[in-house]
Design a protein around this ligand. Sequence first.
Ligand SMILES: Nc1ncnc2c1ncn2[C@@H]1O[C@H](COP(=O)(O)OP(=O)(O)O)[C@@H](O)[C@H]1O
Ligand SMILES: [Mg+2]
Length: 334
Amino acid sequence: MNSPLDSRLGDAMRDASSRAAGRNQGNRPGATVASASTLRNTAGASMNGPRTTGGAGLNAPPAIEVRGLLKRYGSAVVHEDLDFEVQHGEVISLVGGSGAGKTVLVRQILGLEAPTAGTIRVLGHDLSKVSGRDARLIRARSGMLFQRGALFSAMSVFDNIAQPIRELGHVPPDLLHDLVMLKIEMVGLSTRHATKMPAALSGGMIKRVGIARAIALEPELLFLDEPTAGLDPQASEEFVDLIASLRRALDLTVVMVTHDLDTMTSLSTRVAVLADRKIIINAPLETVAGIDHPFIHEYFLGARGRRALQALPPERRARLPDAALAPVPADIAR
Ligand SMILES: Nc1ncnc2c1ncn2[C@@H]1O[C@H](COP(=O)(O)OP(=O)(O)O)[C@@H](O)[C@H]1O
Ligand SMILES: [Mg+2]
């Protein structure tokens, strides 16, 4: 890996690192964002797509555009005629029953699995038409936190976070150290945890390290698969705050598979519902709650769903369907 692009990436990271060092001295509050765009400009240099950072204009292509997707395993059809669009800067909550195909959809958008038919464009690039090298670059602009196996159990926290950076090629050890420590701080952990093994961490800390690895290359797109599953309510709430602050700091577009209504109401710009092998709606939560579909009735208009919806701010609550406003029995646990 010694092409001109790789060495430019090395320069960018060195640059990012010195900015990060400045930030640590408290004199460069905007350093993270600056370093992100430096990395992105470099990583995107060989691709013909439009610039995608910082407030994409009206004519910019969507961050993600899926058209007419068909995905089959043998005779089992998971997705059929599926369309899905995500604009830059959005936080999409992807919901649907167990086995509906949420994870498989995310894997196809990441290029980890090929569709049976249909097109998937990511950051302006048709995934079926890009070269292997550009596919890797697009993947480097996406971070992901998987539902299971968030970390390599045989690697330290440091090595887990360093892994996507090392995959890009040789990075000088002192630069790698600075980049990894910066990521550990960005996710709200102490750098003294760097040498620990995953087994020594709590569930909430493991998720944070998973996020640190997902943002190691300061991506534009972040995919989260059930990020708060298995966390207690307080850890979930802290995690939601972390995602919100990283989104602002890194100007991220986020697609998050979640069952957690509180996460959804506080973070998402739109909610996409995967049912009957398609995205049946991708709209603001209060619009989704008014759609006549069995999954939506059960999920959003049951007691827990109503409780979460009724906690929306008054101006959003005013747009809810009447059925969402029915009183919630006091003894329903969250
Ligand atoms: N590699 C695979 N081979 C065969 N079937 C698969 C494979 N991956 C997923 N599936 C099937 O696709 C469907 C959707 O799975 P998934 O996307 O994991 O659902 P979920 O919405 O719960 O994330 C399930 O029926 C699952 O069994
Ligand atoms: Mg899944």
